[in-house]
Design a protein around this ligand. Structure first.
Ligand code: 16G
Ligand code: MG
Length: 560
């Protein structure tokens, strides 16, 4: 380690005094102007992690669905996963070290993690379309180089594409070619082959409207569309040519406001979807003949996908297991439908992709989705082996095995991916001959409400049972239990947000009015028992009215 060079370069990426940031579920995220030093230091850390794992490490510069002025950075581990927890702590220490302590912290990390500093390092870098991203990714590269690491700058990429590149590079290209061309070809080939097997594919030319949140998804989908144009035509909206990133559009806006994005004209019963700002989330929606908006969120996406995969498994006649992983935010109707109608086992983990991903790896086929549209399906080697052995099977079974093979190729195994999920969904709808309304009608969502409460220190709330029960402060869970008892089909939980300084409240019940009341009452309990600050929580109706008056939309936005 050339400590002299590190000190010299670090001074060019100086840390603002007193700024403290934390590597959270989505890496570091804040106003772009505060991030230069963090980027440089994450370049250093990625090089160390690469030396330690003797693998390629990824660094993605993005703040996903946050406003355009924000930015962020996230490290990607060798198999495309999120960074290991002990390294998240190192990331936080390194980002917060004052200039004069930087060297000590770096040496500390190297020693603790037994990093062989003589080892080569290789880091791949990607970035979204934010105006600040190009310069910030250059700071990452400065960090990598000053530790003697090599790098490849992919430039503009969606977050899942960067995960894909890392995965390909560390599996000797067995998974795919680590280029954009490789990504487009692998996914498109699998998609077109699947669509060919749909009996109605010739009758109806398939088309889909896509809201790209004025982000990177638009650029990449435009590059990709001609690869699969024979099977699907996509019409892009909010493609970044005029609007602002994530402003009144994108998956987060549509999910949390439960309304269509601006800038998209929707005719009744047309299939539409929205990506978020870095294209790792997707939600679907449509307007019915009466002009009512219907949202099809991550839960319904998981239901469609897992039902289809289960049918394929039954067809092949194999005893491979399948499981669905959700979080506490999953609508109660989805869980009930999966367990009782589809007979698919459902598991609940804490919020955050890494928790779901980890759990899903336990199954031969693990489908995981957050309600907000983050998700994918993972397949074990046992599934791949069964497919290989299917040559000897009878015609019908062979066909199912072939479909499964294409579906595996179409899913991004390294991360939830809006483009890949979109193509999987389009293929399943075509194969099953389902319209968007029929898909939506699988079950009816229970009305729900999400609210935020400001408290002095959100760490006073600790939870258990995958965040569905509060352990502290004393009395809070009992209060919630008593409130929930007052309503039918009701459920409520509270958890400290991992991305904002608030406590999140979720409630669902048999009617919107009940869900709103329950959410409000639980918010009051949090305010009283967990050290609420500022104004007391107000009933949902009042909040909506005030916000409507100011053109702000609902205040229950669950920023994820
Ligand atoms: C992050 C997570 C997302 C989660 C959200 C919860 C990743 C890549 N992203 O954005 O999965 O839903 O945080 O936010 O893990 P919250 O803790 O503020 O509710
Ligand atoms: Mg995102």
């Amino acid at each position: 380690m050339d400590l002299g060079a590190i000190t010299k370069y670090s001074a060019l990426h100086a840390k603002p005094n007193g700024l403290i940031l934390q590597y959270g579920t989505a890496g570091f995220r804040t106003k772009a102007e505060h991030l230069d030093h963090v980027m440089f230091r994450m370049g250093l850390l990625a090089a160390l992690r690469s030396k330690q794992t003797k693998s390629t490490i990824g660094v993605m510069v993005t703040a996903s669905h946050n406003p355009e002025e924000d930015n962020g950075v996230k490290l990607v581990d060798p198999l495309g996963e999120m960074l290991a927890p002990s390294w998240e702590e190192h990331a936080t220490c390194l980002a917060n070290a004052e200039e004069q302590d930087m060297q000590t912290v770096l040496i500390d990390i190297s020693e603790k993690e037994a990093v062989n500093l003589q080892q080569d390092a290789f880091v791949v870098v990607g970035r979204d379309t934010r105006p600040s991203s190009e310069k910030l990714s250059q700071s990452v590269i400065d960090g990598v180089t000053v530790l003697g690491g090599q790098f490849h700058d992919y430039g503009l990429l969606t977050t899942p594409q960067l995960h894909y590149m890392v995965y390909c590079r560390n599996t000797g290209s067995r998974y795919g070619k680590a280029t954009l061309e490789g990504y487009y070809q692998k996914l498109s080939k699998a998609f077109v082959e699947l669509i060919k097997q749909a009996s109605c594919s010739g009758d109806e030319y398939r088309s889909l409207k896509v809201d790209c949140a004025n982000g990177i998804g638009a650029l990449k989908l435009r590059e990709m569309e001609h690869y699969f144009a024979q099977a699907l035509s996509v019409q892009l909206f909010n493609d970044g040519s005029k609007g602002k990133l994530n402003h009144l559009c994108g998956a987060d806006f549509v999910k949390s406001h439960q309304k269509p994005p601006q800038g998209m004209e929707i005719k009744s019963n047309e299939r539409c979807c929205s990506f978020d700002g870095d294209a790792d989330r997707i939600v679907y929606y449509y307007h019915d003949a009466d002009g009512h908006f219907h949202l099809i969120d991550g839960d319904k996406i998981a239901t469609l996908i897992s039902s289809f995969l289960k049918e394929l498994l039954v067809e092949i006649g194999e005893s491979l297991n399948i499981g669905v992983v959700q979080t506490a935010y999953a609508n109660g109707s989805s869980t009930r439908y999966l367990e009782e109608v589809m007979k698919v086992p459902v598991y609940c983990t804490k919020t955050g992709v890494k928790h779901l991903h980890h759990k899903a790896q336990e199954f031969d086929i693990g489908v995981y989705f957050e309600a907000n549209g983050h998700g994918t399906a993972l397949f074990s080697t046992a599934v791949e082996m069964k497919i290989k052995q299917s040559e000897q099977l009878e015609e019908k079974k062979r066909k199912a095995a072939k479909m499964l093979e294409n579906i595996i190729d179409l899913f991004n195994q390294a991360a939830g991916d809006a483009i890949s999920d979109m193509l999987v969904i389009e293929a399943i709808l075509a194969l099953k001959g389902l319209t968007v309304q029929q898909w939506d009608a699988l079950y009816t969502d229970l009305p729900n409400r999400q609210l935020k409460v400001q408290v002095a220190d959100r760490r006073v709330i600790s939870t258990t049972n995958a965040e569905r029960q509060a352990v502290t402060p004393p009395g809070l869970q009992e209060a919630i239990n008593d409130l929930v008892k007052k309503y039918k089909l009701s459920r409520a939980f509270v958890r400290p947000s991992g991305t904002e300084d608030v406590v999140r409240v979720y409630a669902e019940a048999d009617s919107q009015e009940s869900a709103d009341h329950l959410a409000h009452e639980v918010s009051l309990a949090v305010f009283q028992l967990a050290g609420g600050i500022g104004e007391r929580p107000q009933p949902a109706e009042t909040i909506c009215n005030i916000n409507n008056a100011f053109g702000l939309g609902p205040a229950n936005k669950h920023t994820v």
